[in-house]
Design a protein around this ligand. Sequence first.
Ligand SMILES: [Zn+2]
Ligand SMILES: [Zn+2]
Length: 323
Amino acid sequence: MFINTFLKRGKIPLKQGIFMQILSDKGLIIKTKNYNIGLDTASSDCDCCFLSHAHTDHLLKTDKKVLCSEETRILSKIRGREVRVMQAPKNIKLFNSGHILGSKSLLIEEDGEKILFTADFCPRTRGFMEGFKTVKCDSLIIESTFGRPYFIFPDFEEEMKKAKDFAKDNIKKDYLTVLMGYPLGKIQQIQHYFKDYEKTIHPDLKVYNDVHDSFGVNLGIFNGLEESDLLFTPLMKTNNEYFNNIKRMRGVKFAVFSGWNIIPSYKDRFSADEGFTISDHADFKELLNTVHESKAENVYVHHGNCKEFVNILKAEGINAEKV
Ligand SMILES: [Zn+2]
Ligand SMILES: [Zn+2]
């Protein structure tokens, strides 16, 4: 009830002198004694902004100073959003969110109170991506992209083994295997797993692969299309001009990689032959674990299946609200 009253005004007191402001576009700002920090958002109310990672729905167009990793600064610039980076103040920590290269979560500590903000995060270690580790906090602001009990992901290694079997079978039959995924993050995971194969990439991936390479992620050696068994591309429909040209030269099998592949018809949207459920987000169980492990007194849920996840938390007696 207490939280609800404040929610209507768009301003929630987290602790003495610390507030969370909810903007009309659902953006969140943490207002501490010293700073107003936009969380993946930049409004005139912010002194500075936290940029969690370089996926397009999080990028910022701002001349304010930004807290982000060096990887995110570079990737953001490539995507047309150059930011001025500031040093994190002593009471603010950025730490690995396990989502994509350079992705961070934010921990603010003021007068002994800890506020943790997760943007997109993933606790599973997958290939070169180390998983997110929960930090104990008083207030937890958590994403809920996959916050429904239906969303339980298979084991990464087991799912990738299935993908490997699919590719091996295609190689035996002399098909080219096209592996498609989100061009920043997902597709580098998949390339890393298949790094010892004869392979090539769609030209759009090169710039993101190069950033991974410059941060020490080994994606292996790339060949021309003719010598390759595998072709990595962004997610797209399989009947476009790019693929039709390739199909005229040789037989092709298509696979999509996404957490959304957990929905049975997902691969049909792209007319792909196979789909593999590989996600860079926490699944339902992992979201729940994160809430439990954080021991947070108050949990604020943003992004995705907020309502359903909040109701599940409330049924457990946890003080939770959608923001
Ligand atoms: Zn993301
Ligand atoms: Zn996102």
